[in-house]
Design a protein around this ligand. Structure first.
Ligand SMILES: C[S@@+](CC[C@H](N)C(=O)[O-])C[C@H]1O[C@@H](n2cnc3c(N)ncnc32)[C@H](O)[C@@H]1O
Length: 405
């Protein structure tokens, strides 16, 4: 590797990999020496439409020190932690392709990297009087819910007598925090004051308690959350815990999703509501004209059965020969049709990974935001729906039958 040299004004122009390698070397040294404040990648021009920047910090985890990447999207942040080799490989690739600029801040110096076509610049400036943030502090800051002594955490079995998160509930707690990270920005875009959020198939209400706690105590935005759940005992327990927690705006109602009157809901959400219960939730959201519908679907039996019983296009035979692939195709087809049906009803729809599949393989989140306008021709969407159904041998998506009736 050629030696790195700075030009007299602090600017240097050299071959592209050297500038990136130099920046990454400096990052690695700062990480190892505890002087890293942050590395921020900007000027994104890759395939993800809403990604704005990536911020990298050092954090302490149970598995050791990691590079924590915060992916900053237009309306949300997602965080992923990586070991050093993986982190540096990702940064190297990203800087060579999708990001045009980076700023490294350490306690001793800053580095600014810029790429314009084949030209690259790296500028360094000394810094003084800065302290590196503690990695423990970063860990707490990375989690929306950092206080663990809450009654609801205990009632849901996540924390023990001493108020600390139980050893065997660490993953669940991380997962809940991740949910809050995803949902809080979505709720922030709701205009109603206070917004009404209806969670269909709420179960024990993990998300509802976490989101309510975060919005009420951290963001301090009044909100009303109703969890609809068919199992009465869960509803009773949830209401008792909400009362104990002083969460006046959180309640649970017993009953089936389809029997619940969702009029006035600003957001309808459903996490892992079984099979077509997800469609019931989407339908209720569409009927209520909710500004936001967000669902993480569970099993996809209705479409799978039709794919197996119907006459899919012959060219799909190898793709549908193995049970495991039929399951995955059913998931993609079901959720693609849901996304298209939402689009048909005036929702701008995105699908992305919800929680890491280390927690559950059911990790798609469909987020639909009502903008009232069809982004494209209605007939074009209808014809795509028709073509997918014909190709996969599907008679009718259950959600279609709800919307059409
Ligand atoms: C897999 S659990 C998920 C619970 C919760 N949303 C979560 O992510 O932790 C699905 C829940 O939805 C409830 N459920 C399923 N179908 C329902 C329906 N049609 N109406 C109301 N609740 C339903 C079940 O009783 C169950 O508690």
């Amino acid at each position: 590797m050629p030696e790195f040299q700075y030009d007299p004004e602090g600017l240097s122009v050299n071959t592209p990999p050297d500038r990136i390698a130099e920046l990454l070397d400096a990052t690695r040294e700062a990480f190892a020496g505890g002087s890293l404040i942050r590395l921020k990648l900007g000027g994104y021009h890759g395939a993800e439409p809403e990604l704005k920047a990536v911020e990298v910090k050092k954090i302490a985890t149970k598995a050791g020190e990691k590079y924590s990447f915060t992916y900053k999207y237009k309306t949300r942040d997602t965080i992923k932690n990586y070991a050093e080799d993986e982190a540096l490989a990702l940064l190297g690739d990203g800087l060579a392709t999708e990001f045009r600029s980076a700023q490294l801040a350490t306690t001793d110096f800053d580095m600014m990297y810029e790429r314009n076509g084949a030209k690259q610049r790296l500028k360094r400036a000394q810094a003084e009087g800065r302290e590196a943030p503690s990695t423990e502090h970063n860990r707490a800051k990375n989690r929306p819910l950092s206080e663990t002594g809450k009654p609801w955490l205990k009632a849901l079995g996540l924390s023990g007598k001493n108020g600390a998160i139980r050893h065997d509930a660490q993953d669940k707690f991380r997962q809940i925090n991740k949910m809050v990270e995803i949902f809080a920005p979505l709720v922030a875009s709701l205009k109603a004051e206070p917004p009404l959020i209806v969670d269909m198939g709420a179960g024990k209400g993990y998300l509802d308690f976490a989101l309510y706690d975060y919005l009420a105590t951290v963001v301090k935005r009044p909100v009303r959350i109703v969890g609809v759940e068919m199992r009465p005992q869960l509803v009773e327990d949830g209401n008792a815990t909400a009362k104990d927690s002083g969460f006046d705006g959180l309640s649970f109602e017993a009953g089936a999703i389809m029997d619940y009157d969702a009029s006035g809901a600003d957001a309808v959400i459903a996490l892992h509501a079984c099979d077509t219960a997800t469609d019931d939730a989407i339908y209720k959201g569409i009927s209520a004209g909710a500004a936001l519908i967000a669902v993480a679907p569970c099993c996809h039996k209705q479409i799978r059965r039709q794919m197996e019983a119907g006459r899919p296009d012959q060219t799909l035979e190898p793709l549908l020969r193995h049970g495991i692939f039929v399951e995955r195709q059913a998931e993609m087809v079901t959720d693609t049709l849901r996304a298209l049906l939402l689009e048909l009803n005036g929702y701008k729809t995105r699908v992305f990974e919800f929680v890491s599949d280390a927690h559950t393989p059911k990790n798609n989140l469909i987020v639909a935001e009502k903008d009232g306008r069809m982004g494209r021709d209605r007939d074009a969407v209808l014809s795509q729906i028709g073509a997918i159904k014909a190709t996969f041998g599907i008679g009718e998506h259950y959600l279609e039958s709800l919307i059409d009736r």
